[in-house]
Design a protein around this ligand. Structure first.
Ligand code: ADP
Ligand code: ASP
Ligand code: MG
Length: 411
């Protein structure tokens, strides 16, 4: 007998029929003699609908009320799923984040989990009850509802699995695993059998939304093996786990893209100590995260600086940077929302030369201009014109041999 944590995403619970399908899967796992704790998302499209409702009222909703609103989608699915299991003759009980309790900090809309009470869950499991938990939400311990950021149910699931020391954490979604790139964009993408925490973290940070970044951070910290798999088909999915020797033999494991960033440039910045701090401190004080930064070689005491910020913060960032540019006597600023970041990821890069140059050649052969570059030990990212996103992803996917089925299958 094992303790199994399962998470079902929005598409998997997107209709009453699909909720019935999920209930059957849960029942099967339970009937095999396991204790089962289930985390569910809102029905697909529901959280977007709620966010849009808030936007109709105001551009700047109070964060507390925003969380009260957007957390409601999960309340619907936990109750429907529990009812469904009960009608099938199983004992099931739903829990909101605050009833667990799932304690978080006070950072509304991007709260971090601090602790998870396991008493209620363990009590239920002992009685043979299937526990159904609302994903994405928590409480700050003072009666306020918090949410964990978009896609946060993944993090709820991994955190619950870590707190309960579950034997397995299964993330059921609408694709049957983690692929070498988004299978909706590139049909030739291949399912990855196992991927290291670090590669998955890079994939998620660089745009692959199949798992929320924080869920992977949690899994790495508490050594939770995540099994990403389909809620529609049986069969093995992808294991997200500690790095092993085999993983190092693959040069590039995946290609990711992110269209959610914008680029801001400041021209004619005086090349003096303290200038970067004058530019970036006000941005961080306004909670704007800056991603890539490049600074040109200076000419006659002045230089140009370019950096990226989330698209949603671009307007605010431009207002701030305009003021700074005036203060530091820069020549001017510009911004571009039509950019996209394409990245290659792989732990194998650490021990191989020439990966970046293969990437640059592949892009240049298609006439795709690289606007910015950033690298780390296990990834290379390039900013390109947004209209080339799909082409760039396809070309890189091919250039690194990811279109080919896995070697075992070829032999
Ligand atoms: P859920 O609602 O189950 O949480 P998500 O929409 O958040 O599902 O995540 C699954 C989606 O992630 C897939 O439908 C797929 O389009 C997208 N995706 C992006 N990159 C990848 C990748 N490398 N592997 C698998 N899926 C990916
Ligand atoms: N329902 C939330 C969202 O759409 C959380 C999740 O699905 O993981 O972002
Ligand atoms: Mg998701």
């Amino acid at each position: 007998m094992a303790l199994v944590v399962q998470k079902y995403g929005g598409t998997s619970v997107g209709s009453v029929e699909r909720i019935r399908n999920v209930a059957s899967r849960i029942a099967k796992t339970y009937d095999e003699g396991n204790d089962v704790v289930v985390i569910v998302s809102a029905m697909s499209g529901e959280t977007n609908r709620l966010v849009a409702l808030a936007a109709e009222i105001t551009e700047t909703p109070c964060e507390r009320e925003y969380d009260v609103l957007v957390s409601t989608g999960e309340q619907v699915t936990i109750s429907l799923l529990s009812m469904c299991l009960q009608s099938m003759g199983y004992d099931a009980r739903s829990y909101l984040g605050s009833q667990i309790p799932m304690l978080t900090d006070k950072a509304h809309a991007k709260a971090r989990i601090k602790s998870i009470g396991d008493e209620n869950i363990r009590g239920d499991l002992k009685k043979g009850t299937i526990v159904i938990v609302a994903g994405f939400q928590g409480t700050d311990g003072e009666g306020n509802i918090t949410t964990l950021g978009r896609g946060g149910s993944d993090t709820s699931a991994v955190a619950v699995a870590a707190a309960l020391k579950a034997d397995v954490c299964e993330i059921y979604t609408d694709v049957d695993g983690v692929y070498t790139t988004d299978p909706r964009m590139v049909p030739e993408a291949q399912k990855i059998e196992k991927i290291s925490y670090d590669e998955m973290l890079e994939m998620a940070s660089l745009g692959a939304k199949v798992l929320q970044i924080r869920s992977v951070e949690f899994a790495k910290k508490y050594n939770v093996v995540i099994h990403v798999r389909s809620s529609f088909h049986d069969g093995q999915g992808t294991l997200v786990m500690k790095e092993d020797h085999e993983m190092e033999t693959v040069l590039v494991s995946g290609v990711a893209y992110n269209k959610d960033e914008a680029k801001i440039s400041i021209f004619g910045v005086p090349d003096q100590p303290g200038i970067s701090s004058q530019i970036f401190t006000p941005l961080s004080e306004n909670n704007i995260t800056v991603d890539m930064i490049i600074q040109n070689i200076s000419h006659e005491g002045a230089t140009d600086m370019t950096f990226t910020v989330p698209k949603s913060d671009c307007k605010k960032a431009v207002e701030i940077v305009e003021k700074i540019a005036e203060k530091i006597n820069a020549r001017g600023i510009s911004h571009d929302m039509e950019i996209s970041k394409v990245s290659i990821i792989g732990v194998g890069m650490r021990s191989h030369a020439g990966v970046a140059s293969t990437m640059f050649s592949a892009l240049s052969e298609e006439g795709i201009n690289i606007q910015m570059i950033s690298t780390s030990e296990i990834k290379v990212s390039c900013v390109v014109d947004a209209k080339y996103t799909e082409l760039a992803v396809r070309v890189l996917h091919k250039a690194f041999g990811l279109d080919l089925p896995e070697i075992e299958e070829v032999l």
